[in-house]
Design a protein around this ligand. Structure first.
Ligand code: PEP
Length: 249
């Protein structure tokens, strides 16, 4: 089965007007490239419309970094999936480990956010991953099973959901999981998705995230069951991000 890969860049809480230079550059670099992968940028909410505008005409799509589970209401500072859709997004990240850690988000909360994304017509990029202690304690696969079971909502399909495997200890640290560790985790996720999503699990994209950069992208993207990357730091500069996208050219 051929699965079209996805490379998504998560800018996190980075970027003001000056940062618009990078998507503008990226759009230029991609102009004559025949892409074999989908590409998304997840800017901070304040820049979604402006990034979309500077990339007008390119195939790069926009995604949010988080959404609230409710469609609207008294939730000061939060953003709903409908709002992201209205701003021009096609997808939203939910359950990023920084949200799980800094905002105490549970699997149930992540599941509700993913369901809200689906209801709004967005693809949910559902993040899972073990901590270093969990890996050292031999709990990685059990943690991934529990997070998948708890975070993927009913009605998830290969079209409306993407799983991002991001070992917490590899995010923003410069440490990457080895190809062998990634292969084991992704094979396990693929098998578990069959239980959680039935037949849809076989064609659902599973991204790897955790210090992906131009120098390791080709190796990591070549691992079985890796269908793209969720990229943090290296998505901030067009020259780095295109270096990762090149793994699929
Ligand atoms: C991320 O934020 O999802 C991520 C993988 O970050 P980095 O690439 O910087 O490790």
């Amino acid at each position: 089965m051929t699965i079209r890969p996805l490379v998504a860049g998560n800018w996190k809480m980075n970027g003001t007007t000056a940062a618009l230079r990078e998507p503008r550059l990226l759009a230029g670099m991609l102009r004559d490239v025949k892409l074999k992968t989908d590409i998304m940028i997840c800017p901070p909410a304040t820049l979604i419309r402006r990034v979309k505008s500077v990339m007008k005409g390119s195939k790069v799509r926009l995604a949010g970094q988080d959404c609230h589970a409710a469609a609207s209401g008294a939730h000061t500072g939060d953003i709903s999936a409908d709002m992201l859709k209205d701003a021009g997004c096609v997808a939203v990240i939910v359950g990023h480990s920084e949200r799980r850690t800094n905002h105490k988000e549970t699997d149930a909360m992540v599941q509700a956010k993913a369901a809200a994304a689906h209801k709004a017509g967005l693809t949910a990029i559902i993040c899972i991953g073990e901590t270093l202690d969990e890996r050292k304690g031999g709990k990685t696969l059990g943690v991934l099973s529990d997070q998948l079971k708890g975070s993927v909502p009913a009605g998830a399909t290969a079209a409306n959901s993407v799983i991002a495997y991001e070992p917490v200890w590899a995010i923003g640290t410069g440490l990457t999981a080895t190809a062998k560790e990634i292969e084991e985790a992704h094979a396990h996720i693929r098998a578990e998705l069959a239980k959680v999503m039935g037949g849809e699990g076989a064609s659902t994209r599973i991204l790897y995230g955790g210090s992906v950069k131009p120098s390791n992208a080709a190796e990591l993207m070549g691992v079985p069951n890796v269908n793209g990357a969720l990229v943090g730091g290296a998505s901030l500069k067009a020259v780095d991000f295109i270096g990762i996208i090149k793994a699929y050219l």
